[in-house]
Design a protein around this ligand. Structure first.
Ligand code: HEC
Length: 124
């Protein structure tokens, strides 16, 4: 019996659908990596301006993120990405660095940070 092209396409298609798509959709960010990005001075350095879990002597020019996250849910994921990528879209006068636009953080690192921030809310 010879395998038709159609069968091969189907097999490849199914494999992609079953294994690759869910990973791409569900992967999102990694909260543990996100915490590292937030707490690392050369990366997020978010505690320079925000209260974040476990960081001593945080700055207070930005809102307390532990408190602020209570207003965020899964539905705000994309908005949170945008804010961290470039807060100027929401407030042109902000002093928060545009982490995405200025390539301080990669897209993956921003996803990780978002995952971490959303996880703070879930622990509540
Ligand atoms: C130089 C100071 C500064 C740094 C560094 C900074 N932010 Fe901000 N951030 C602000 C300020 C100020 C605001 C208040 C809103 C505005 O200015 O538009 C803000 C707002 C936010 C908000 C919205 C909070 C709300 O009340 O809805 C989030 C989320 C946020 N920052 C996350 C982060 C994360 C994550 C990092 C690190 C990757 C970070 N910020 C680093 C200054 C900073």
């Amino acid at each position: 019996m010879r395998t038709s092209k159609k069968t091969v396409f189907l097999a490849v298609g199914l494999t992609l659908a079953i294994f690759v798509l869910p990973v791409a959709v569900l992967a999102g960010g990694n909260a543990e990596n996100g915490k590292k990005v937030v707490d690392t001075k050369k990366l997020g350095n978010c505690a320079a301006c925000h209260v974040v879990p476990g960081m001593e002597f945080p700055g207070d020019v930005g809102p307390n993120l532990i408190e602020a996250m209570k207003n965020y849910s899964e539905a705000d994921r994309e908005m949170l990405r945008q804010r961290i990528s470039d807060e100027r879209k929401f407030n042109p006068d902000t002093i928060m660095p545009p982490f995405g636009t200025n390539k301080i953080l990669t897209g993956q690192q921003i996803d990780d940070v978002v995952e971490y921030l959303l996880s703070l809310n879930k622990k509540k």
